[in-house]
Design a protein around this ligand. Structure first.
Ligand code: F6P
Length: 321
């Protein structure tokens, strides 16, 4: 069976600036994948010795992945500016270019040191001006995204990509070095699988407590079926499972820290994943409605996230009203 090559497929996009940017991101993720494969041998595991703007400890690989993507996009003509989880502020690149890229260079970084799955998430937005690049320009609803995707560094390295016409999944062929199209994502409306960090249960809002309690009652409860639970603790890996075989994934609001309305970041986690999930037939919401309709207020904003199978997302969101 022959598998189409990512770079060939990108050539058929109407926007060749977008194609160049996506090829650049895909190539850089191949380099990150190679670094990850060498793991402990490369001396790149462990803490970098500093914190990011969100007060989280940076791992050496967070910094390495960020520097690789920043420098690759710095040399990528169509990119006007970037925003990264690991950068305090947005970075202007060239005023004449038309695309803005936001990214989480290494999602799930607590998994790095245990040789478990991590990923890179990216979102591409249209530039809004021809003057200096500002944070305000990035603050566009997720509906404006022209492309979004992630690369999952697992047993094989996989790229999931949407440009608004479904979700294509590519596997990195270690022999040719190409990303080859291997499947399309599809999220069935119903599921028997959920993903949530149960250790936070006592901090959740009452609606989430009730929703999860119903799932845990299984066939004897109001849902009338048994559910299974999975939690990889890397959003890329958990959402990848949902895109491949369905399910519901949640990182809901909790009352641990009033300054953090959720753990996940809107601009480079929830929005790109929301675009992918909607394109695969699922839903991605906060208790107030679709994530993609949110007007961002700042680049590192956090949001509660409920995504995946439409039946489950609607039920959970509905319980909040
Ligand atoms: O970006 C934050 C993140 O690493 C996600 O990838 C993941 O879903 C979540 O945090 C895991 O959080 P916790 O450690 O609370 O399970």
């Amino acid at each position: 069976m022959s598998h189409p090559i990512l770079n060939d497929q990108l050539q058929s996009l109407d926007d060749q600036g977008l194609a160049t940017t996506l090829a650049c991101l895909a190539d850089t993720c191949k380099t990150i994948s190679q670094q990850l494969k060498r793991g402990e041998l490369a001396g790149i595991l462990g803490a970098a010795g500093n914190e990011n703007v969100q007060g989280e400890e940076q791992k050496k690989l967070d910094v390495i992945a960020n520097d690789l993507i920043k420098s690759a996009l710095g040399a990528c003509e169509p990119v006007r500016g970037i925003a990264s989880e690991e950068e305090d502020d947005v970075v202007g690149l060239r005023e004449s270019a038309g695309l803005l890229v936001t990214f989480d260079p290494l999602d799930g970084s607590s998994n790095i040191d245990i040789n478990s799955m991590v990923g890179t998430i990216f979102s591409i937005l249209p530039g809004q001006s021809t003057g200096p690049v500002t944070e305000a320009e990035f603050l566009q609803p997720g509906r404006n995204q022209v492309a979004a995707g992630y690369v999952l560094y697992g047993p094989s390295t996989m790229l999931a990509l949407t440009t608004g016409n479904g979700v294509d999944m590519y596997t990195l062929d270690p022999v040719s070095g190409d990303f080859l199209l291997t499947r399309e994502a599809n999220i069935p409306e119903a599921t028997k699988e959920f993903a949530i960090n149960m250790s936070n249960q006592r901090f959740w809002a009452p609606a989430v407590q009730t929703y999860i309690a119903e799932l845990l009652q299984g066939a004897e409860g109001p849902r009338g079926k048994n559910y299974n639970m999975r939690w990889v603790a890397a959003m890329v890996a958990d959402v990848h499972r949902v895109l491949c075989r369905g399910g519901v994934f949640m990182y809901p609001w909790d009352q641990r820290d009033p300054n953090k309305p959720g753990k996940l970041r809107l601009m480079y986690e929830a929005n790109p994943m929301g675009f992918l999930v909607e394109q695969a037939g699922g839903q991605c919401c906060t208790p107030e409605g679709p994530i993609l309709d949110l007007q961002p207020e700042k680049i590192h904003q956090r949001v509660p996230v409920i995504l995946g199978a439409a039946e489950e997302v609607s039920r959970c969101v509905g319980m909040h009203s």
